[in-house]
Write a protein of this length. Sequence first.
Length: 335
Amino acid sequence: MKYLKQIVQKKRASHCTVSSTVDTFDTDERQAGHNKLRGISITLAVAIGTIVVATQQAQALSALSIVNGITSSGGVGVTKDILYGDEPLQDLDIYYPKALSQALNKQQSIANTYPMVVFVYGGSWESGTKEDYAFVGQSLAQAGYVTAVINYRKAPEHVYPDYVEDTAKAIAWSYDNAERFHADPKRFAVVGHSAGAFNAVAAISNEDFLAPYGMKAKDISAVIGIAGPYSYDFRKFDSATAFGKDATPDQVMPDRQIKGEQPPYLLLTAENDKIVYDTNTIKMTKALQDYGVTVETGEIAGASHATSIGAMAPPLRWVNDVRAQVLSYLDKTLK
């Protein structure tokens, strides 16, 4: 099983102040898609063409840098590189809705609280950074959600359960500190894509991961998994390096580790996903339902594995309806 790998190396910002996101990126159009999508605007052709190329061939130019490059901040604010732990990559960025960002910058009193979302990105448990997924933070903040986009430690240096433990720690930290960011912990959701969906669902569906932080799965209002590999034999794929050499699917797959009272779930699959097959969601859904958990499922029509997250960027909402499905569920459960 191969996942979309982000190759571009990015310098991390060192500031921790609320700021507007700057939309300047190096697009290097010579590698951007080779005229795959003639007939639409140059900007969108470059974006989608590069997503396809990156998915299929892992080109050096990251598709996500293109998506970020065409995504306007929409006036949202961001605080960068907040530590939720002491280990490398145990940090996160917080994105603020426009009205909240403006009030913070003007040092105005803030009476309202906002619902909060924690987003966990994918990348085969080996790659990806929170900067790659700025467009998700911006997208959710534009929709009215205070959003934490988290980093976590990666394989092969860190194998299961390290990245799930990091995810649980980041979730608990965000929940405990929600009020600092004018968010309401009683309206709190977690969203993950691909390997990040595995992390999110694993960290929540087994209460043992959250328990060390005094948090229960039921404290979370909703969980959304997008194209997650919740039930497969990793030993047969390249992703085996993300798990211990003696680990078995029965020991680590979330559909076999459910424990504790659970929140409701939305599990989405991508219609044209050739990376993570829908059997993962089918098996996870059945396991949760057999445990008595409320689960909704949905298919993202026309989506590939890559576009099932890429279309969260507002400029790409026409590609598929993942953003509409995610926001509809969040609005229903949090607002």
